[in-house]
Ligand binder design. Structure first.
Ligand SMILES: [Zn+2]
Length: 303
């Protein structure tokens, strides 16, 4: 008898969680930053997952068969946009055969729509191998631009689920206040970074650099997605020495060797940073991610 009751209790618990999962809005984000923002906005109403884990290059997330299954069941997809996910998302959306989340469908939530952009090219030319055809898409590294992303996500969820719009707007307002407080803290903490010149492997730090009063000096890559040549690296090293550039950033998904060489040749500090949430174990959510980047850079410059 007792065993039968236990069995029924387990069965009831199973169905209870199943029903809740069934009712939750299935949000599939391309990167963990967006999944975190969707969770902040959606609260218990959403079940948000991310395709990338955070250690990948956003321009080259390896496609897995499981992504197609996840996208097939998604109610909405949240992406960075600006063709940052060009290498994998269009193919996956096609394979998912899910009409709710195709481009121009209501469930296609582009987080970049309200974000002011830098490095917008005057002409689109993919023959150059450019990974940034619409302008620099690495908006997630700037916490102020992240606020615009949160607004776009709240609006996108509200468009699909107008009955929950008041909840989304309220949750978003709470999270935006939390971000504002964190931004004020980061601005104070980043004082030692002001005026410092920085070289990174890929131009994914430009919004961060501008936000905290630093200067983008150049990249180890020739152009976004175009590998360096020995002549480019030699020229970069010479210019860095003349300008006394103090920081070389290796984003963790790029190879270590060249960044080390450049740092050693110029006497600059080599700093390793993640480009998204999940890129290092400490970057468990969006605020922790920006925390990590600010703290790591300040530590490298003040030691
Ligand atoms: Zn890029």
């Amino acid at each position: 008898m007792r065993r039968a009751l236990l069995f029924l209790a387990i069965l009831a618990a199973f169905f209870a969680t199943d029903v809740r999962a069934e009712k939750q809005i299935k949000v599939v984000a391309t990167i963990p930053d967006l999944a975190d923002m969707a969770r902040q906005v959606g609260g218990d109403l959403v079940d948000a997952t991310s395709l990338a884990t955070g250690v990948e290059d956003i321009h080259a997330v390896p496609m897995k068969p499981s992504f197609v299954v996840v996208l097939n069941r998604a109610d909405v997809v949240v992406l960075m946009g600006l063709e940052a996910e060009h290498a994998f998302l269009p193919a996956l959306l096609g394979a998912s055969r899910n009409p709710r989340i195709q481009r121009d469908a209501p469930g296609y939530i582009d987080a970049s729509i309200y974000v002011p952009l830098l490095e917008v090219p005057s002409r689109l030319d993919r023959s150059l191998g450019d990974q940034h055809p619409m302008g620099n898409p690495h908006i997630n590294l700037d916490p102020v631009r992240a606020k615009s992303m949160v607004r776009a996500i709240a609006e996108g969820l509200s468009r699909n689920y107008p009955e929950h719009a008041p909840v989304f707007q309220k949750n978003a307002a709470v999270y935006l206040r939390e971000l504002d407080a964190a931004i004020a803290r980061w601005q104070a903490q980043a004082a030692p970074l002001r005026g410092k010149r920085l070289v990174s492997y890929h131009p994914d730090l430009i919004y961060f650099v501008e936000r905290f009063g630093m200067e983008n000096f150049g990249t180890i890559e020739i152009r976004p997605g175009v590998d360096p040549t020995p002549a480019h690296v030699a020229d970069l090293i010479q210019r860095m020495k003349q300008a006394k550039v103090e920081i070389v950033v290796r984003e963790l998904h790029y190879p270590a060797g060249l960044a080390e060489t450049v740092a050693k040749a110029t006497g600059a500090q080599l700093v390793e940073l993640p480009a998204m949430v999940g890129g290092v174990p400490a970057a468990t959510n969006y605020i922790a991610f920006v925390n990590y980047n600010v703290e790591t850079l300040v530590k490298a410059l003040t030691k």
